[in-house]
Design a protein around this ligand. Structure first.
Ligand SMILES: Cc1cc2nc3c(=O)[nH]c(=O)nc-3n(C[C@H](O)[C@H](O)[C@H](O)COP(=O)(O)OP(=O)(O)OC[C@H]3O[C@@H](n4cnc5c(N)ncnc54)[C@H](O)[C@@H]3O)c2cc1C
Length: 443
């Protein structure tokens, strides 16, 4: 009698970071994995795009040392995170002139790094520093948890945070991490991020800046790893229909040029795409979304920032939209002179179109950095991701990876988890879907 069992045959729909993490883990565990990705390039909302002949990103991303599972899967597929990411200590530096805040955590063990960072911070009054110490001790006392969720603004009021600290630290941190303004953002999720970064080991609070494009940072290598382990990865294949054979419980995947049967399926599409694909099979909540716009401005190769990235003060009243500026030349010498300005939650900023936004951003840089030439880039382009992330509101419903159908799983940044829509949230979800699938008996 032949006792060898065939390998579990799993389809992963979507090669964003969640799908790639799930696929790589399943391949590692001996499954026969088929990945279907609608776009020509893997990576989803964190992917390479070509702009003006350069391999850039659909949006400037920043990772944290706390992205434990992301760093793990990069290793798994044979990458060396230390060479692909620039590791910087936690910092919030504004341009040096004026009263710009400069907070940099020194390389000391936690919690000394934060304590000393705040103590030494420039541009903060002692009342601001005291307010921050009050926030940290109250949050620690609550174990970074809230029984009842509320907005980040309410939390900051409850902890008596000063207006200045809120403007220069909490608000930009909240927008950067949750892509949702504090008045609409979930305090619970914000506390989760702070717990795993500011309040954890010093390395967890480090900021990691990609030196390569986002597809090269993991998704490309993940698909190569799947293929090396006997699976397949097809980009440019839009799955249009998913159905179940009630007789044998197998799943039929139909789309552009494909019609295939699989034992199990992980749907790793974004929530709006998953909704369309899963109609009648599983429900995905209707989220509100927040856009993010990245403005790329190319200057002479000699132009450089004093640091790899800086915070900028945004003010819609004076059409200052940028919240952070990154010097891409310090990350990759081939991109010398290229600045990337991030405008999170950018709905109002893009109301008059990209051209108007780019001209405002050039003027903002010229003023903030006291370099008039920055108002006249050689070329500039903006990229808006309209549905960059779900709006991370309090008490948001987030589905489990498991669905009511045997053999059908969900993965993506929007599923149940501690994190807002982030790369780490997506990777953790993908790994969770894979491990739950593997924990069920093979059918
Ligand atoms: C501009 C921008 C800036 C961001 N900044 C940060 C940051 O600094 N730090 C951070 O951690 N996170 C950031 N994020 C969030 C992060 O990029 C996302 O949370 C994460 O990439 C989501 O991954 P995912 O795999 O869940 O979903 P997605 O990336 O949306 O992947 C889903 C994939 O499924 C594919 N797909 C969908 N439908 C189908 C179908 N029917 N058939 C086949 N394929 C399909 C899509 O093409 C896509 O590739 C940012 C996002 C954006 C857009």
């Amino acid at each position: 009698m032949n006792t060898t069992r065939s390998r579990r045959n799993v389809a992963v729909i979507g090669a964003g970071w969640a799908g790639c993490a799930a696929a790589a883990e399943l391949a590692r565990r001996g499954c026969d994995v088929q990945v279907y990705e609608a776009a020509r390039v893997a990576g989803g909302r964190a992917r390479r795009i070509e702009l003006n002949g350069h391999a850039l990103d659909n949006g400037q991303h920043i990772l944290l040392g706390a992205y434990r599972d992301t760093l793990h899967v990069m290793h798994l597929v044979g990458l060396e995170p230390a060479s692909l990411l620039m590791r910087l200590p936690l910092q919030m530096r504004y341009p040096a002139h004026g009263d710009g805040m400069q907070l940099v955590a020194p390389r000391l063990p936690a919690p000394l790094h934060m304590a000393l960072g705040v103590l030494r911070a420039k541009g903060l009054a002692s009342s601001d520093k005291l307010a921050m110490a009050r926030f940290a001790s109250a949050a620690r006392w609550m174990d970074w948890q809230l029984n009842v969720d509320c907005s980040v603004s309410e939390l900051l009021e409850r902890f008596d945070q000063t207006a200045r600290l809120t403007r220069l630290l909490w608000r930009p941190l909240c927008i950067a991490a949750l892509n949702t303004p504090p008045e609409r953002a979930s305090a619970k999720v914000f506390l989760n991020v702070l717990r795993d970064s500011l309040a954890a080991k010093r390395q967890a609070s480090d900021m990691l800046l990609p030196r390569v494009d986002l597809s090269a940072l993991f998704p490309d290598a993940a698909l190569a790893y799947v293929e090396k382990h006997g699976g397949t990865a097809a980009c440019g294949v839009h799955v249009r229909q998913l159905s179940k054979d009630d007789a044998d419980g197998r799943w039929r995947v139909q789309g552009d040029g494909i019609d295939a049967w699989h034992d199990e399926v992980i749907v790793a599409a974004s929530p709006s795409h998953a909704q369309a694909l899963l109609a009648g099979l599983a429900s995905v909540p209707d989220y509100d979304y927040e856009p993010i716009t990245t403005c790329y401005l190319q200057y002479d190769r000699q132009v450089a920032l004093p640091h790899p990235f800086l915070a900028l003060e945004d003010d819609p009243e004076t059409r200052q939209w940028g919240q952070f500026v990154f010097d891409r030349g310090q990350l990759d010498p081939a991109q010398a002179g290229l600045l990337a300005v991030v405008v999170s939650s950018s709905e109002v900023a893009i109301a008059d179109g990209h051209e108007a936004l780019l001209s405002d951003v050039g003027a903002q840089l010229a003023h903030a950095l006291q370099m008039p030439a920055l108002a006249q880039p050689q070329w500039c382009k903006a990229v808006t991701e309209k549905r960059a992330t779900f709006a991370c509101a309090p008490n948001l419903p987030r589905p489990d990876n498991r669905t009511a159908h045997a053999g059908l799983w969900l993965a993506g940044d929007y599923t149940q988890g501690d994190y807002p829509a982030t790369i780490e949230g997506a990777v953790r979800s993908g790994l969770r879907a894979a491990s739950q699938l593997l924990a069920t008996a093979q059918r």
